[in-house]
Design a binder for this molecule. Structure first.
Ligand code: IYR
Length: 225
């Protein structure tokens, strides 16, 4: 049996006062986040994108397998951007014009979305997140991954918080079906596309849907607190 030692946890304690203040401030910061569909083409320093993805990589994951790959596409390869936009819009057009049920279209109506996705070319960065269905060992054998969807979902949540914290905007774009991304980006067999995150600044005059978050008493149930 191999030994797996633990090391001391470098925990930074906060006073109750600081803890309270941080918790409230972080909520207030995150409550200002909105998914934005209208992007400026203003450039973002690549270093900021690196910090964001580094943050996403701090996510917990099933058996610490870190089953994610973040593919970053900048503005230097507009041909690639155009290809992604074309393929995404083609799938989305088919979806909006028949593949999606009336009930689904009705649920989406308040968001004002349609098959057109100009942000795929406008935003300075596109990050395509892939989920590794299984891992590859050094000897080339495959290794089972546990809870990979949950793990990538949590990681993307951290990325979205980091994007907002950096004063940038994004949206969770999920063209469906999205396997074209695996092909266009030449990703290996074990990876499946999970979500597309355009990252940048909002366009001048960008608007967001007039929708509201559920109040705390609708999302939290307490017992014994
Ligand atoms: N993938 C489509 C449709 C769409 C689906 C859901 I659920 C949304 O919350 C938003 C859009 C699109 O990106 O337009």
């Amino acid at each position: 049996m191999v030994e797996h030692p633990h090391i001391p946890y470098q925990f930074t304690p906060l006073s109750e006062e600081e803890s309270r203040r941080n918790a409230e401030n972080f909520y207030r910061l995150m409550d200002r986040r909105r998914s934005c569909r209208f992007f400026s083409d203003k450039d973002v320093p690549f270093e900021i994108i690196e910090h964001i993805i580094h943050t996403a990589g701090t996510s917990p994951s099933g058996a610490h397998q870190q089953p994610w790959t973040y593919v970053v596409i900048g503005k230097e390869d507009m041909e690639l951007r155009r290809k992604i936009r074309e393929a995404a819009e083609e799938e989305e057009r088919i979806s909006y014009e028949g593949r999606m049920s009336e009930e689904w279209l009705e649920a989406l109506a308040p968001l004002g979305t349609d098959w057109q996705k100009p942000f795929l070319e406008t935003a300075p960065y596109l990050v395509v997140v892939f989920r590794q269905r299984y891992g590859i060992r050094e000897d080339g054998e495959s290794k089972k991954h546990y809870y990979s969807s949950e793990s990538v979902g949590i990681s993307v949540g951290l990325a979205i918080a980091a994007i907002h914290n950096a004063g940038l905007v994004t949206l969770t774009h999920t063209p469906s079906p999205m396997n074209f991304l695996k092909k266009i980006l030449g990703r290996p067999e074990n990876e499946v596309p999970f979500v597309v995150l355009p990252i940048g600044y909002p366009a001048t005059g960008a608007t967001v849907p007039d929708i509201h978050r559920k109040p705390l008493d609708e999302i939290m149930v307490t017992k014994g607190v």
